[in-house]
Design a protein around this ligand. Structure first.
Ligand code: THU
Length: 126
């Protein structure tokens, strides 16, 4: 289900500059799925990744707790989340499962494997 959602939104990526299309499907604890695709810009630095767009959609709809994210890309072997996306995902779900396609199956790892010793909300406690 997550894979289908990620594949679907990947088709809507706006990636005329890199031609790297990414689709992310974020599973909330309440069962809802929020999708996002990358949105590039002629001013390159304004590009936003698929994963962060999925998070923004979820937060705007009131979901703040997440179980898993599936990331699809038009690249063989998929694409691991960039550092900025790891940090943004960590804000809400340090133990998130990250699924990357591998053939008909997926590679599963925890976000904490991608971002060990992460800086997060707890570091701002007074
Ligand atoms: N991209 C994502 O959408 N997610 C990532 O985690 C890595 C990179 C996008 C941004 C840009 O549009 C394209 O991939 C090439 O960097």
């Amino acid at each position: 289900m997550l894979r289908e959602a990620a594949r679907g939104v990947l088709e809507r990526a706006h990636a005329p500059y890199s031609d790297v299309r990414v689709g992310a499907a974020l599973l909330a604890e309440d069962g809802r799925v929020f999708t996002g695709c990358n949105v590039e810009n002629a001013s390159f630095g304004l590009t936003i990744c698929a994963e962060r767009n999925a998070v923004a959609r979820a937060i705007a709809d009131g979901a703040t707790r997440f179980r898993a994210i599936w990331i699809e890309a038009n690249r063989p072997g998929g694409l691991a989340p960039c550092g900025a996306c790891r940090q943004v995902l960590h804000e809400f779900a340090p133990d998130l499962w990250v699924a990357l396609p591998r053939g008909a199956d997926a590679t599963l790892a925890r976000l904490s494997d991608y971002l060990p010793d992460a800086f997060g909300p707890g570091d701002l406690a007074r």
